[in-house]
Design a protein around this ligand. Structure first.
Ligand SMILES: Nc1ncnc2c1ncn2[C@@H]1O[C@H](COP(=O)(O)OP(=O)(O)OP(=O)(O)O)[C@@H](O)[C@H]1O
Ligand SMILES: [Mg+2]
Length: 250
């Protein structure tokens, strides 16, 4: 019999944060839910938790190896990661290599335009206010982070972008854009936290521009199409079928 899981410290729409015996360490448990529009649209996609937990661990391990400070400690079967328990900043950091999504909706720029240098954007995590965009001054007046920390966050984001872009390119995939969240460790340093997977990235197949991420759901794809997309991304990255029911690996 496996040990019961620790109590829930916080729960969002797609993950639970659980306590462990060590207060510096948390367990991030992925859920099968999929949401867009600040949670206005939500569905359950059986198997997504396992897929997204594995893909997140895959990318966080790559980042760690290349010297990006992340919260990742180890994978815990079947759908969890042991991580540093961070004081999360209520901020989403977006980095864009190709114009898509909000950038195209809100600015006069065509989808597919190459962005060089990459565009880094900050948003306040506040569903009721629909996540307003932040600049460096906003970080200070809202007491979110110091100027030095904002500079560090941008540096970490751009390094993460280079590493993830290269890793995906090696698999025949293009990193269009991605979102990360960061937090402070007990040492006061900034770490990449949260998740990195098809929910938080736009990934297009080189040559076909086939979408391999949550955009399939955003654009109204069926649950079968959405699940197949997550399975395909897992296969392309890890070179095998994900360990979920209903697949050949059952
Ligand atoms: N290393 C960590 N230590 C502590 N909390 C973390 C860590 N990594 C991620 N979190 C937090 O886990 C929470 C749960 O994640 P989840 O993504 O489900 O929720 P959410 O971000 O509130 O909502 P959304 O569904 O819009 O993403 C988030 O508040 C996230 O900031
Ligand atoms: Mg989240």
């Amino acid at each position: 019999m496996s040990k019961p899981l620790g109590k829930i410290l916080s729960e969002g729409k797609t993950k639970k944060v659980r306590e462990t015996e060590n207060s510096d360490v948390a367990l991030l448990e992925f859920k099968d839910s999929i949401t867009v529009l600040d949670g206005e649209k939500m569905d359950v996609l059986r198997g997504k938790a396992v897929i997204n937990a594995h893909i997140s661990a895959y990318f966080l391990e790559i980042l760690e190896k290349k010297g990006v400070p992340t919260h990742y400690i180890e994978f815990v079967e079947p759908n969890m990661m042991k991580v540093k328990n961070l004081e999360m900043l209520p901020v989403e950091i977006v980095c864009r290599n190709i114009a898509a999504g909000h950038l195209v909706k809100n600015y006069p720029i065509k989808e597919g335009t190459l962005l060089n240098p990459p565009v880094v954007e900050f948003y306040l995590k506040d569903d009721a206010r629909h996540d307003p965009m932040l600049n460096e001054d906003h970080f200070l007046i809202l007491g979110l982070a110091s100027r030095g920390e904002v500079k560090k966050i941008k540096e970490i984001t751009l390094k993460t972008n280079r590493i993830l872009s290269d890793a995906l390119k090696a698999k025949g995939l293009t990193l269009v854009d991605f979102k990360i969240e960061v937090g402070r460790g007990t040492d006061g340093k900034i770490y990449v936290g949260d998740e990195i997977n098809g929910d938080s990235m736009r990934i297009w197949e080189v040559g076909t521009d086939k979408i391999l991420d949550k955009d399939v759901y955003r654009k109204g794809g069926t649950m079968e199409q959405v699940l197949n997309t997550y399975i395909q991304l897992y296969q392309k990255l890890l070179g095998k079928m994900p360990p979920i029911r209903g697949t050949k690996n059952e």
